[in-house]
Write a protein that binds this ligand. Structure first.
Ligand SMILES: C[S@@+](CC[C@H](N)C(=O)[O-])C[C@H]1O[C@@H](n2cnc3c(N)ncnc32)[C@H](O)[C@@H]1O
Length: 411
């Protein structure tokens, strides 16, 4: 069924919102002020999900997308709109979600931009016919990628080197399920396969690792190092980090540097600080010179080991790192400041309760998902906290995603 709609504003998930005949239409590929003809993909009683079929009245903010894969690829859905508008949409999505989910009226926050292109230090590719690619929009069909414009330039070159080797080694290539490229001071190629692999030489690669992996989690499984080391190194704001192949690290280094500066500003003067979901100690170690003691908690053994190593390398002695799932840990001490940086799914109710039961005077909640953030903030507010400060960071230009850094204080 087709419909003509006027787009009112952008909302979470990167949709343009339209209201007609008492119903809400969430439209992909349309921007505020536009009149579009849409096809309805999914219809519920009070709302419908739609795709833009034809733009009848176009927004003046549309631009010609510089990437040849735009529209067919699943990433970078906002690449055809001006970057300053992308930033504006992100702040309004934040305010909107806070109103509707957290039930809070908040002022429009500041958003810190990053480089609109060439920012990603990690890329995950599918492999088919010796080519590296992503998936076609909304499908599991392979889409060969010539150049990814949000990839760091160096990873772009590395990708070409990997593809050349895959072409020259067809049998090897047919056994590779995924290829992950990571970059820090040096680069790394990670081959993922259900089988044990012996990768050929790749001149452009500083480090080559393979993962024998049957699970749906791409970066997991038995690891073998074929060239160089199983970790990368990067210095951010004067702290040197070792990042193991299998550990999480922020995908946008300039955004990560900004993130650390803001968290540091919000946490300054903390006496006993708890850093939940601490990864390789990224935020804990940044706080070491402005806070007295920091305890980091993380469920990945490799990341915790790296966090301890990172503290030693930097001569930092006021941090401790504990291997535990946050939900399984029971605090025995009081913490005046709690930093929380969970995965996209946010924190569950038991963790919110655990945090508030410690009665910290400050909670610094870092999130890459506005919807789960708003849900969790609602719980903190019910428990006597209010949002004192918020800064957004555009960690993911050309997409509808962004990072939130917030300071909640007890009222
Ligand atoms: C968004 S990352 C943040 C990491 C770190 N704060 C940083 O900025 O690099 C979330 C981290 O939470 C960890 N994690 C996921 N579920 C967890 C859980 N239930 N308990 C503890 N850590 C968890 C992941 O391994 C990952 O390192």
């Amino acid at each position: 069924m087709e419909k003509t709609l006027l787009i009112e504003k952008m909302v979470a998930g990167g949709f343009g919102l339209s209201r007609k005949d008492g119903k809400i239409y969430l439209v992909k590929g349309a921007y505020p002020g536009e009149v579009v003809e849409v096809s309805i993909e999914k219809e519920k009683k009070d709302h419908a999900l739609c795709k833009t079929k034809r733009v009848i009245r176009s927004s003046a903010d549309r631009i010609s997308p510089p990437c040849e894969h735009f529209q067919s690829c699943d990433g970078c859905e906002w690449m055809n709109v001006r970057y300053d508008k992308q930033l504006e949409y992100k702040t309004s999505i934040f305010v909107d979600q806070m109103k509707h989910i957290a039930k809070l009226e908040v002022p429009t926050p500041t958003i810190v931009p990053t480089s609109p292109y060439h920012y990603r230090n990690k890329l995950e590719f599918a492999v088919s016919s010796e080519r590296l690619g992503y998936f076609k929009k909304g499908t599991n069909d392979f889409l060969p990628i010539k150049e990814c414009l949000i990839s760091s330039r160096n990873l772009g070159f590395l990708k070409l080197g990997v593809e050349k080797v895959l072409k020259d080694h067809k049998k090897f290539s047919s056994n590779v399920d995924r290829v992950v490229l990571r970059e820090a001071e040096k680069n790394m190629v990670i081959f993922v396969s259900k089988r044990k692999l012996t990768p050929p030489k790749i001149e452009e690669a500083n480090n080559i690792v393979s993962l024998e992996n049957r699970s749906h989690v791409v970066i997991s499984g038995r690891q073998t190092v074929h060239k160089g080391k199983a970790f990368l190194k990067i210095e951010l704001n004067g702290i040197e980090y070792t990042i193991p192949a299998k550990s999480f690290f922020q995908v946008n280094y300039s955004g990560a540097s900004e993130l650390a500066k803001i968290v540091k500003k919000y946490a300054k003067g903390g006496k006993k600080v708890l850093d939940l979901y601490c990864g390789v100690g990224f935020l804990s170690l940044q706080l070491a010179d402005v806070c007295e003691k920091i305890l980091g908690l993380e469920s990945s053994p490799i990341s915790i080991k790296a966090a301890r190593k990172n503290a030693r390398t930097n001569g930092i002695s006021n941090t401790k790192f504990l291997l535990s799932k946050v939900q399984e840990w029971n605090p025995k001490k009081h913490f005046d400041t709690v930093v929380v940086d969970p995965p996209r799914s946010g924190i569950n109710l038991s963790v919110t309760q655990k945090i508030t039961s410690m009665k910290p005077s400050r909670i610094i909640y870092v999130s890459c998902d506005v919807t789960t953030f708003a849900r969790d903030v609602r719980e903190f507010v019910k428990n006597g906290y209010s949002i004192e400060k918020v800064t957004l960071i555009d960690m993911f230009p050309q997409t509808h995603h962004f990072e939130i850094v917030s300071l909640l204080t007890s009222t």
